[in-house]
Ligand binder design. Structure first.
Ligand code: PRT
Length: 104
């Protein structure tokens, strides 16, 4: 799956030179620089959503996903842990399911 493959590449960049790798550059710049990129890209998602160009929005969401994955790599958290969290929520929540359990 693309997210786990990307996570493997990001992990491998821990050892890379910042001169040849954007990810190594970010990881070595530290948490604040990575957080700044996440916030910056989230702002760009907002603008892309408002401008009504779906292709632009797709690109900006990809940028946010990518930079949040760099943040996970920085904290040595695997993307599978986030995927697992989302998967668990499928069984936990759901307004429709809650409504179906309410007495009529
Ligand atoms: N998915 C991406 C990806 N998306 C965006 N970017 C880079 O993110 C950077 C930031 O984009 P911006 O538009 O914000 O550019 P900027 O404002 O000049 O950047 P800053 O100076 O603020 O950091 C650009 O340099 C893009 O090339 C990415 N760089 C890498 N990847 C993936 O990460 C892998 C490893 O990359 P390297 O570490 O560079 O080999 C690659 O194989 C790709 O799969």
């Amino acid at each position: 799956m693309i997210l786990t493959e990307l996570a493997d590449v990001l992990d491998s960049r821990r050892e890379s030179s910042p001169q040849t790798s954007y990810v190594a550059q970010l990881l070595q710049s530290g948490e604040d620089k990575i957080l700044k990129k996440v916030i910056e890209e989230a702002g760009e998602v907002l603008m892309a959503s408002k401008d009504g160009d779906k292709h632009h929005l797709i690109k900006e969401v990809a940028d946010v996903w990518f930079h949040t994955m760099v943040l996970l790599t920085y904290h040595q958290i695997r993307v599978e842990e986030v995927l697992q969290e989302l998967q668990q929520r499928q069984h936990v929540s759901g307004l429709a399911e809650k409504a179906s359990r309410q007495p009529q």
